[in-house]
Design a protein around this ligand. Structure first.
Ligand SMILES: [Zn+2]
Length: 307
């Protein structure tokens, strides 16, 4: 059983921040998972949020095998909107920044590959990398995508790509600098890295607080646009574009936790989660857009010395 509790009085803790190397932090939340205790800490120097100690240590336990949430719980409407609004915008932005006529793309943590397929249809020669055997197999069968099964830490060096995607991956990585340094060696000189990641500075987090979908114990780091920028700059990547996108996917789940599971509202949300996230949460999304506090952010970066 997992539980996240907000500390009324955050207390000091010592742990190294992966963004600024400071050792001083404050415990904002206490988290217990399988009888082990962790804290969600905020670095006292740069403000970065992270869980410490990490609840799931081995690489294998980091794999997420469920197929339903990999494809928006089967909602065609959500997939359609995601393709038209999110993925197509990424593709337009990337095409302006690369100069290859036959671009190659590596999609790290591609899941079932349904978004990788959209890039393929847009003219990219795609390769997927996915740690979950179930997701990798389904992607290869259903979409015919070339998906290698494994973790980025185990990926063989060699080929270089015009585009590398880390979609909802970096927040799962204990040592993001190490992984980004590795990923950088897979990029062509003028290639671009696309990082899509939850934004801790979001309307969803401020609204739902400890009931927000922190995606624990899998998410290890919680990035603010400023801490993400500082991290990528540290390893020699240059921001080419940074923008935010709303994401109501986890709102029904967060609201259920907030109001309690036995209420009429939570029963409605359980049955009509897709409808609720599309209608009930539209005002929240609009407020997020207005205040620039959206639940997801996209960073497109290139290698500093070539940009
Ligand atoms: Zn820090």
């Amino acid at each position: 059983m997992a539980q996240l509790i907000r500390n009324k009085f955050p207390f000091p803790k010592s742990a190294r921040c992966i963004v600024c190397d400071s050792l001083q932090a404050r415990a904002l939340y206490s988290y217990s998972y399988n009888d082990k205790n962790s804290d969600i800490l905020q670095c006292s120097s740069c403000g970065h949020l992270f869980i410490h100690p990490i609840p799931l240590i081995s690489l294998d336990s980091r794999t997420m095998d469920t197929l339903d949430d990999a494809e928006f719980f089967g909602s065609r409407t959500s997939q359609f909107l995601h393709e038209k609004i999110v993925i197509n915008r990424e593709i337009r932005n990337v095409k302006k920044l690369i100069n290859s006529t036959e671009p190659t793309l590596l999609d790290i943590g591609c899941g079932t590959g349904w978004t990788t397929l959209i890039w393929q249809k847009s003219g990219f020669s795609v390769t997927g990398l996915e740690p979950s055997e179930e997701r990798a197999e389904l992607g290869a069968e259903k979409y015919g995508i070339n998906i290698l099964q494994g973790h980025i830490e185990q990926f063989p060096h060699g080929e270089k790509y015009d585009v590398i995607i880390l979609r909802h991956v970096l927040e799962h990585i204990a040592d993001p600098s190490g992984v980004l340094n590795t990923v950088k060696t897979f990029l062509k000189d003028r290639g671009v890295l696309v990082i899509v990641i939850p934004n801790i500075n979001s309307i969803g987090r401020y609204l739902f607080k400890e009931h927000w979908q922190w995606v624990l114990p899998w998410h290890l780091h919680f990035y603010h646009p400023k801490t993400l920028m500082r991290l990528v700059t540290k390893i020699g990547l240059k921001k080419l574009k940074l923008y935010q996108m709303p994401s109501p996917l986890w709102y029904p789940d967060s609201l259920i936790r907030m109001v309690g599971t036995d209420t009429k509202l939570s029963k409605f949300l359980n049955e009509k989660a897709q409808l609720a996230s599309q209608l009930l949460f539209t005002p929240v999304m609009l407020l997020g857009l207005l205040l620039n506090l959206n639940d997801n952010m996209t960073l497109i970066a290139g290698i500093e010395e070539f940009r």
